[in-house]
Each structure stands twice: as C-alpha cells, then as structure tokens.
Design a protein around this ligand. Sequence first.
Ligand code: ADP
Ligand code: MG
Length: 698
Amino acid sequence: MRSNVPEIFGSMVFNDAIMRDKLPKDIYRSLKKTIEAGRDLDISIANVVAIAMKDWAIEKGATHYTHWFQPLTGITAEKHDSFISPQSDGRVIMEFSGKELIKGEPDASSFPSGGLRATFEARGYTAWDPTSYAFVKDGVLCIPTAFCSYGGEALDKKTPLLRSMETLNEQALRILRLFGNSSVKRVTTTVGPEQEYFLVDSDVYNKRKDLIYCGRTLFGTMPPKGQEMDDHYFGAILRRVQAYMEDLNDELWKLGILSKTEHNEVAPAQHEMAPIFDTANISIDHNQITMEIMKNVAKKHNMVCLLHEKPFAGVNGSGKHNNWSMITDEGVNLLEPGKSPHENAQFLLFLTAIIKAIDEYQDLMRVSIATAGNDHRLGASEAPPAIMSIFIGDDLEEILECIEKGTSYKNQGVGKMEIGVHVLPTFPKDTTDRNRTSPFAFTGNKFEFRSCGSSMSVSGPNTILNTIVAEELRQFADELEPADDFTAALNELIKRTIQEHKRIIFNGDGYSEEWKMEAARRGLLNLPTTVDAMPTVLDRKNIELFEKHGIYTETEVNSRYEINLDVYSKTINIEANTMIEMAKRQILPAVNKYVCRLAETMSIKQSIDPLLKNAMEKDLVKKLSSLEDKAYAQVNELEKLISKAPSYDSDKLVCASYYKDRIIPAMEKLRAYCDEMEANTSSELWPFPTYGDLLFSV
Ligand code: ADP
Ligand code: MG
C-alpha cells in the first residue's frame, strides 16, 4: 500500500503552516518578520517558539533535540540533548527554552577548524537559521544551525552560504532598480541538486575492504558487460530498487523534501534522484539530509548506497548536478529570457555577468569542487573535464555574436540584433540541454554546474557562484548607476563584456583532446587535481573578493585551504594502506594458492604421462609468479613511500603534493599488477567479489 503523499508530506517538519497553527498570532508575525529580514530573534519570542516547537516534537515522538550543523568535514553533525528537566520531587518534565533554541555550545573541539580555534577561542557555538525549518528525525528534534567560533569565524558550510546569498541579494537588487523595478524586495538564489548514487548488495559490499574503508574500489577488472549497451539508462527499474525508491521517497517527503524524479543512470547499479528546486540554503540542508537517508534506507533493504564520486574505475562516476538560478520575491526567475525587449535586456545583463564571473574566477569554481574523490571523476567517462567553460547553446551563442558584432540575427528578420529593442526567442530545453560534457551549462532558465561531486556538500560551490556573480553585478551597477544614458551604457557594457569574456563559452565536446588544446590556446586554466587547484584560492584577487563581500576573512580562507588539503592527504593515505592490506593478506595469498594448485596439477599429470606438455599450467605459473613478484615488490615500495610521507602537521601543500606525485602513481602500478592477476586467477579462489558481482548484485 502506497502512503497518502499529501498527508505525510512535511509531517515531520515544523513548517510555516504548523507555526501559524501553533503560535500566538503576534508571535508568529514577529517570527516571520525576523525571518524575512534576516535579523536576530528576540529572546522573548524565541521562548514562545521553543515551547510550541517542543510540544509539537514530543507529539511526533521526539525525546531529544539537537542543533544540526554542517562542519567542515562535509557531513552533518548533531549532539543530542534530551528535553528532560529534573523536578524536586524526583520526577522530570520536558523543557526547552528560547535560549536553547537560538544558541548551542557543542563541545566541538574535534571538528576541523584549520587552526582557527587555536588562534581564537577553544569553543564554538551554533545559532539557529530560522529560514530553514526544524524537523524531527529518528526521535530527535533537529534545529538547522550555523556553527561559528566565539570570535565569529565560520566553522561550517552554512554561514558563508548565507553570507553569499545576502551579498547576491544586495547587488541583484541594485541592478533591478536600474531597470526601474522599485517594488522587488528580495532576490534569492535557488538550487536543485540532482543526486546520483550506486546501490550494491550488502552481502557483497561487506566482503570488500576497499568499499568499507574508502567508499570506492581500489582493485577490479571490468566485467564482460559494462555500460556499453546503454541499457541501464532510464531502463525499467528493478523491483528491489523500486521498493527502495518508494521507501526513500516516503522518508524524504515526511521531512518536506521535494523528491520529484527518480531514474536509472548510465552505469549498471547507478541511479539518480532529483528534487524540486528550493531556496539555496534549504535545498542544501535537504540534500545533506537526503544523502543520510539514502544510506539509512538502503540498509533496511540489505543494500549499501555508495555516494563516492568514482566507486568503480572504467564506469561512470557519480556527480551532483547543481541547478542554480536567482528568483525575486515577486516570483520572477532572473535567468528566464523574457517576453519583452525590456526583460530581455535585463536577462542579457545577468547572463553576461555570469559569463564574466566564470571566466574571471575559473580557479574558484574548480577549487569549489576539489576533492580526492572528484579528481578521479573529472575528465573521465561522462563527467565534465577539470577545465571550466560555459555551454550556452548555439542559438544563444549566435545572439551574443550578433550583439558583439552588431550584425543581424537570422531569426529576427531584417535589422541588427539590438539589446532592449528586440525580443529574444525562447530557448527550448532540448536545444540547450544537449551537451552533457560541459561543466557549466545554461539549460533554458537556469545554469547547471555539473562538476560537483556526488558525496560533497554543495554549499561550497553555491557560495562561490553567489559571490562571484554578486561581484560582477556590483561592478555593473557601479558602472551603470551614474550613466546619463542608461540604454547606451547598458549596450556598451554588454557588448564589451561579451568581447572580453567569450573565450569561456564552449559548446563543443568537452571530453575531447582537441578541447584541452583549444582551451590552453584560449588561456583557460586546466587544474586537473585538487593539489593543482587549491593554491589558487589564496591568490590576492580571491582573498580580496571574499573579504569585500564579507564571505570569508583571510583567516577563514586559509583554514579551509588547509582542511581541504589535509583531508586529501588523509584520504589517499587510507586508500594506500587499504591496498596494502588487501594485496598482502588477500590477493597475493589467493594467487599463490592458485599457482600452487597449478604446480601440483602439473606434477600429478607429469607422473601419469611425462610426455604431456602442461602448456596452460606452465604458462600461468610463469605469468602469475612473475606478477606476484612484481606486485609484492610494489607493495613494499608503497609501504616505503608511505613511511617516508611528510607528517600531516607539516606544510599541507607539501604533504598533499607528496601523496599526489608519489603515492597515487605507486597505487596505480600496484593495481595494474593485481588486476592482471585477477584476470588470470580462478574465480573460485579470488578472495573478494569482482566488479561483475558488485555491479550486478542488486
Ligand atoms: P534534467 O536536468 O535532469 O533534464 P530538469 O531540467 O527538469 O531535469 O531539472 C533538473 C533540476 O533543476 C531539478 O532539480 C529542478 O528542480 C531544478 N531546477 C529547475 N528550475 C530551477 C531553477 N529556476 N533554479 C534552480 N533549480 C531549478
Ligand atoms: Mg540535469
């Protein structure tokens, strides 16, 4: 029996309807005002809200509450406190105060701070983000919060995101005023993250140490059938997966998450869930919850949900397509080409601001998606390359060209294409969404940032996007506000911007080798790994950008830079050690057993008939023995390299570079030997499930 969706939808969320219902009218109104204005909540109001929230949560089965936050580990954190408060007669009552609602002090000294807390205060605090609703999950009232140090430095991913939404709002409003819009009060960024994932059977998963420790396979040859038939993409969904998706949807809907579409992806065992877009911070909170629920629901179905960017070599990786746009409080999507010349001029200005932003801050875009896991995915099958570029489709590109050159547009009849005079054609999705190879694609009325990794929080990428676009809008507004002739100044600005930044537009095949060369010719950055990308975040222009817009202080940028490189080094260290363990204790003993069996067979056969050639045995024994020796030597080499690695406390870039330049190539070499042994060893003796077993396990 399927559940009644409208009934369960949001049933575990303390949303607007519940607040209106449960709160006294004046309190509700003050709370709404505070939320809309983004101001701090008055304690007297917080006290009333807290009681209503607690009573509601208890009705939903909650006994505890937590300030739910997003530390720099990229996952979410919660520390549960119960509502109980002891009474003098030995009994307890359930209590929750306004103070507890708006501010928490988790003992968070173990969360990464990149040295921030050492220099400032030892402890951090969490503060309610009232724009994101509280919810009940697993018997706990979760209150979405920001996490800061006592000096006010952000220790989380939510704070900078909220700051970036604020600065984009300010600058976009300046532009809208220039176009004569005096009624609009707020511009918010909208995000719809499409989440890709793999499902594998738990029994198979549990036999793979690499999946358990690293979330991805470190060994494995391709099965005879992979994704070449394209028969999985949008294919019929298996019963077991269907049951999983139904369960997942129920859980997400209860939490008010707008899970909308689900389908099979290109690789076997790969799937996708897309929600309906929402305000950026809410959507990102929801995506964090979604990832957690995906894993939990899988367990109930005796499956494991893999969110790693590249769980299997040679098969598509998993991304998180980050659909992004800006919307006014009057409901206008600012990236929707309009129906009048006036609206179109405005659209073109926002569009060119984005083009300029991506061109000038290619480095930050690349940094925002830099993780060890995503490095494997970028530039590999079906994933955009590490080079940033924008896809806008042929129609729109032609229009920009006509504007730049002052020539006529074919669909416009006679006369040249003039901004603010001509109506742009609408760009149907099918002409704008054909290119899957582009990292940043215009898809009709939004941009899709496709380089984001599946396991990462998209707070970082959206913080960057909001900030760089805000900066360009600021420059545009500074230039246009004093202009005597607005239309002339606007035309000149759009034209000039296209001329100066069109190199970032690329509608061709982003996977091709020619593009790498062409991109280099255009002077675009190609930063293939996290280690190549990270140092650019410290460039003066980037620090100045962050400080100007109040997103990060220089100290905060430094801390994030250090944490990211630290996580990179540690990730690869764990992977390398896992390889050593699997090679030494599983693969080599198994191959050795097979070699021994072959040798035994050979001698038995020999004793029966000395004339028998035993060509297969001889050949395999020779081949496998040689591979065993090579693999064994490589294990020793890898161990030696790890022992010589710089300590995590040394310079983070030096350490991460060592892992990238020395450890990763050694790991690849070891893998190659082991994979060749797999291909030549009896499957009966192979010590763990193969790619075929994993990819076709469900
Ligand atoms: P696909 O890209 O898979 O073809 P769609 O284009 O329909 O699918 O939508 C992809 C995602 O983009 C969905 O999560 C959707 O909610 C989101 N989306 C649509 N419009 C916007 C918008 N204006 N702002 C942000 N996200 C949006
Ligand atoms: Mg998409």
